[in-house]
Design a protein around this ligand. Structure first.
Ligand code: WTA
Length: 658
């Protein structure tokens, strides 16, 4: 926090020392969509009835459901006999209600000066045209469509076009490598891929089409590739490619939406687990849309005239739920920004907030910490007085950064809602409501109405307030994933076996304080969280051993003050290969190339062995201690205790600890 203004620093210190809490500002309490705790009581009395009331209020149905929850642990359905179309709910009904001229997205390109406003009527037309184009390519109900794009308006268009014709989409973050894309395309059995020539990032161009070509060569089921022209540079061309603009050149402007069952699949989205193979979380239609819409409106206090900005990437679940489905279902005006927060300078976000009068802004703690570092001068250049609510997601936020955000960005007026959730949960589960909840910096506070979460010990017994344990959810909710695509057995085993089929295991450790507030403590499995992105240690390890020089590898997440965690790898080389800085660099590049830049290790350490017990099991706790520069504790069970001293010296050196 060294770059914060001295006055801000003193304030932060003072507030934290007083353990100050932050009740909702009076004005917000009076004007908020949810201004008292009656929704908590309603949901407590009858959570199924609560969600059913909202399903009636928030969704437009072709056939209203008579059913509510059907729970055959660990599988559930919500509103199963209902029929609707998600794209209709996000677009047509707003246009039919006379709101076609309302802006859906203020799109801002990365190149300064480039921007475009897209109204609901225009979005509906673009979606309908692409939906017709996809139908011409033979895409229909149930066919999976891969999407590999940057943050352009056509990305939500592609998702909604799929939803319109009942084809589940599978978006792959544009920062992932060709191999990662190929693996996900194969796993989903996608037959069509939508991509673009290139994307803009940090003033440079990302070769999306070239990556997609490589991926498709490894994913033989893909038979057509739709290519959006964005930067306009020439790109390699394959026979199965078709330009987006040519595909939609002669199609009608309207497209009948496909009536879909509430439980039909809306999309698959892959996330990292504790094995090398990513898991395709499967989300269905009605319950998911309901959860996204209700949480969006209530947590970020979205009114008709609100201007909303979720600064995540659509390639992650946060973008799915809070850039695309939640805001569009609510008919909200959103900002969609293509590029980097530091391009061309660190005030880009503040400039955008000022320009569009953004009222609610949602981002990741890792970015807030970068803003803190860059100093108050950047936000100081802009008028941020339109802001009313600030949000965070993706990792725990340290109280210092929380208070800085509240003071410097929110001007001390705006509640900071720290929202906890996961790809699997579909929408936010633990969060304040800004007009109701008294905030404590660093705590995600309490469960959303209708969500039943608890902290339990290893045996599943409730733990005392103040003690740590495993965060679980013991009742289903509408937005939860229904299975892992093609691997229901893994769904059951990973999430519903530890405490029986009725209890969802989140994989996060947490504690509740004396007021019942949740404090998240990070993953308890082999998942690393770098800058809010989930990465699997196993995936990194199995990538490393693909390199010809590597005999064995272990990866761990170590605390990083800016990015939450960083990846530290331990490598045992094959005979004939010598450790060197160049090889270390080569291996870091290798991992980045195979998985994606976000997976680039901060350090690769070579050892004569890895810290193993006599039975040959790698001691993961020790890896973490070494990587974090902690005391090593008891090493007597190790096969060769000298190993760790050597690794510790190397780690301290590589990570700049003297
Ligand atoms: C972590 C992102 C603390 C957590 C929406 C979770 C958080 C994982 C928070 C899911 C938060 C997310 N406080 N930790 N407010 N939000 N996490 O699937 O470890 O990309 O399990 O979904 O991020 O990451 P995912």
């Amino acid at each position: 926090m060294s770059e914060a203004h001295p006055e801000t620093l003193a304030l932060i210190e003072g507030l934290l020392k007083e353990q100050r809490t932050f009740p909702p500002p009076d004005e917000l309490r009076r004007s908020a969509i949810i201004g008292d705790d009656s929704v908590y009581r309603e949901a407590e009395e009858d959570f199924e009835g609560f969600w059913a009331r909202l399903a009636d209020e928030f969704l437009t149905w072709y056939r209203k459901p008579a059913k509510r929850l059907e729970w055959n642990p660990p599988h559930c359905t919500w509103f199963e006999d209902g029929v609707l179309n998600v794209a209709y709910n996000c677009l047509d009904r707003h246009v039919e209600a006379g709101r076609g001229e309302k802006v859906a997205y203020h799109w801002v390109g990365e190149a300064p000066g480039e921007s475009r406003d897209i109204t609901y009527a225009e979005l509906l037309r673009d979606v309908s045209r692409l939906a017709n184009g996809l139908r011409e390519l033979g895409v229909g109900r149930g066919d999976r469509v891969g999407i590999y794009m940057g943050m352009v308006p056509e990305l939500p268009v592609a998702m909604l076009a799929c939803a319109r014709i009942g084809a589940p989409h599978m978006v792959v973050f544009g920062g992932f490598s060709a191999e990662s894309l190929a693996e996900r395309l194969r796993d989903a059995g996608a037959t069509v891929l939508v991509t673009q020539d290139e994307g803009w990032r940090k003033g440079g161009k990302v070769p999306l089409k070239a990556n997609a070509d490589q991926a498709v060569a490894m994913a033989p089921e893909v038979r057509r590739v739709v290519v959006l022209r964005h930067t306009g540079d020439p790109v390699p061309w394959e026979e199965h490619d078709v330009w987006w603009h040519e595909l939609v050149a002669d199609v009608p402007d309207t497209c009948e939406p496909e009536p879909m069952g509430a439980e039909d699949t809306l999309y698959l989205l892959h996330t990292s687990g504790s094995t090398a193979k990513p898991k395709g979380a499967l989300h269905t239609s009605a319950g998911y849309l309901l959860h996204a819409a209700v949480t969006h409106k209530w947590i970020f206090d979205i009114h008709d005239d609100s201007v909303w900005w979720c600064a995540a990437d659509v390639g992650w679940v946060t973008g799915h739920s809070y850039i695309v489905y939640g805001p569009l279902a609510n008919g909200t005006t959103s900002v969609l920004y293509e590029g980097d927060p530091a391009y061309p300078d660190w005030d880009r976000h503040w400039q955008i907030i000022e320009r569009y009068g953004v009222t609610s802004y949602y981002t990741a703690p890792t970015l807030i910490r970068s803003f803190v570092k860059m100093g108050e001068e950047y936000p100081g250049r802009h008028d941020l007085s339109s802001l009313r609510v600030l949000g965070t997601v993706g990792e725990p936020i340290n109280p210092e950064a929380w208070v800085w955000y509240w003071k410097v960005i929110g001007g001390g007026r705006c509640p900071v809602v720290d929202t906890w959730w996961q790809t699997e949960t579909g929408g936010i589960l633990i969060t304040p409501l800004p007009g109701v909840t008294t905030l404590k910096p660093g705590s995600a506070t309490v469960a959303f109405p209708g969500i039943s979460s608890r902290i339990v010990d290893e045996q599943g017994n409730p733990v005392e307030r103040g003690s740590g344990g495993f965060l679980i959810v013991d009742k289903p909710w509408p937005g939860m994933f229904r299975t892992l695509f093609g691997d229901d057995e893994r769904y059951v085993r990973t999430y519903f076996s530890k405490y029986g089929p009725g209890v969802y295991v989140t994989g996060d450790g947490a504690k509740q304080d004396e007021d019942g507030y949740y404090w998240l403590m990070g993953r308890i499995d082999d998942v690393i969280n770098v800058a809010g992105h989930r990465l699997s240690t196993t995936e990194i390890e199995s990538t490393l051993v693909e390199h010809p020089a590597v005999a064995e590898a272990a990866a761990t997440g170590a605390y990083d003050p800016d990015r939450g965690q960083r990846i530290v790898c331990f490598v045992l080389l094959k005979d004939g290969f010598g450790a060197s800085e160049e090889l270390g660099e080569e291996l870091r590049e290798f991992v980045a190339g195979k998985i994606g830049k976000i997976a680039r290790p901060a350090a690769v350490l070579f050892g004569d062995d890895l810290p193993k017990t006599r039975s040959g099991k790698i001691m993961r706790r020790l890896l973490k201690n070494i990587a974090e520069g902690d005391e090593l504790g008891d090493t007597t069970t190790l096969r060769d205790p000298a190993i760790v001293e050597d690794l510790k010296r190397k780690a301290d050196h590589a990570l700049g600890r003297g």
